[in-house]
Design a protein around this ligand. Structure first.
Ligand SMILES: [Zn+2]
Length: 375
């Protein structure tokens, strides 16, 4: 029951449109509208989605029977004639299990509802586990989280460090000693639930896109932790890349004379920005000067990306005491200096409002997108 991660929409349609595809697409349109805009009447839903009244009534009936949507009665404002009945997403009709493997020393998890609210939390200590032992810990955490909700579980989403392919195979995650680890398939078989696994930074970008404060323009989330990686949402789709490694800017060399990186090369962006290294260096010298210097190097590394993609928002996600101050200000200054005004006008450089939950919330979005077609 594994499903591929919600990757970019194809530019060219291919294959034959099947009736069930059409129905699923229409269902997603309605759910998306209710998730983003809140309760609506059937007539409003018909107007905003472009579906006929008959199709809307039919699908709403099906969604009400399934428990995902509920009748909310008439709105408080009365008009002449009988006011229309509103329907809305039933946020706790099903729950989603989310797991974040990006945190150092532990695996964190949560039970979330359909609107991305955390209903319960749980975590397990990593205690140096790697390889198959780390996989067993993920399975244990998933079972314990499922036991924490009495609602039907829609699926399990996992944000993992490293490169993850569209089938949820972790191609390479050095910190957990995983190579070609079929994490999604193993979990799906064990839990008998749909399981979606994606790179942690990609997951963070999905979380920001759906439940954060992100606008409709291009979004890049730079996840700064033990490692450094980015996730990009462009034109409404998560960018996956040719080999599933889109956003791996943490291992672009920015200082060939610098320190050795975990990947074996010298002077990757990660060697400047990874939290343990940043903390060590600011403890050794002048914190403001050091954070400014790193921010300038980050701005220089990201300027070609911002210029090429005409991004709207660049979000720094990680410890705010390190990221939100001289580092962010220096990065923003260099970004503006090094790109055309047309690229930097309207560019927002800020920290994430989802804080430490960004990967968890994004892991829930993996499930919502995969199972309900909403994000
Ligand atoms: Zn590296």
């Amino acid at each position: 029951m594994t499903s591929s991660a919600p990757v970019g929409r194809p530019l060219r349609p291919h294959g034959k449109l099947l009736q069930e595809d059409t129905r699923r697409h229409h269902r997603s349109l309605l759910l998306q509208q209710l998730l983003r805009e809140g309760p609506a009447s059937r007539a409003d839903l018909s107007r905003t989605t472009g579906l006929t009244r008959v199709t809307v009534s039919d699908l709403v009936g099906e969604l009400v029977s399934a428990g995902l949507v509920e009748e909310l009665g008439a709105p408080a404002v009365t008009r002449v004639g009988k006011p229309p009945t509103l329907v809305g997403l039933a946020p706790d009709s099903s729950h989603v299990i989310a797991i974040d493997l990006s945190v150092s020393g532990r695996m964190t998890g949560a039970v979330l509802n359909l609107t991305g609210q955390v209903r319960a939390r749980h975590e397990v200590a990593l205690e140096g586990a790697h390889g198959d032992d780390a996989v067993a810990l993920v399975h244990r955490l998933a079972h314990e989280l499922i036991a924490m909700t009495e609602r039907p579980v829609l699926g399990v989403g996992v944000g993992s460090p490293g490169v993850v392919d569209a089938e949820g195979v972790v191609i390479d995650a050095p910190n957990l000693a995983w190579r070609d680890m079929p994490l999604a398939a193993g979990l799906a078989e064990d839990l008998d639930l749909p399981v979606f696994v994606a790179n942690d930074a990609n997951t963070a970008a999905l979380g920001e896109h759906t439940f954060g404060d992100a606008g409709e323009g291009g979004l890049m989330v730079l996840l700064v932790g033990t490692g450094v990686g980015a996730g990009l949402v462009l034109e409404g789709s998560l960018l996956h890349g040719h080999t599933g490694a889109a956003g791996e800017i943490g291992h672009v060399v920015v200082d060939p004379e610098g320190e050795r990186c975990a990947c074996g090369r010298i002077g990757c962006l990660e060697t400047l920005l990874a939290v343990p290294r940043l903390r060590r260096r600011i403890a050794e010298g002048d914190p403001v000067a050091h954070l400014t210097c790193v921010g300038e190097q980050l701005g220089a590394a990201l300027a070609p990306v911002v210029g090429t993609l005409n991004l709207h928002e660049l979000l720094l996600s990680g410890p705010v005491d390190l990221l939100d101050g001289p580092l962010r200000e220096a990065a923003e200054r260099v970004l503006r200096d090094r790109t055309m005004p047309v690229s930097s006008t309207g560019l927002v450089v800020r920290t994430s409002i989802l804080g430490d939950d960004v990967v968890l919330v994004g892991a829930a979005v993996l499930v919502l997108a995969g199972q309900l077609g909403v994000s």
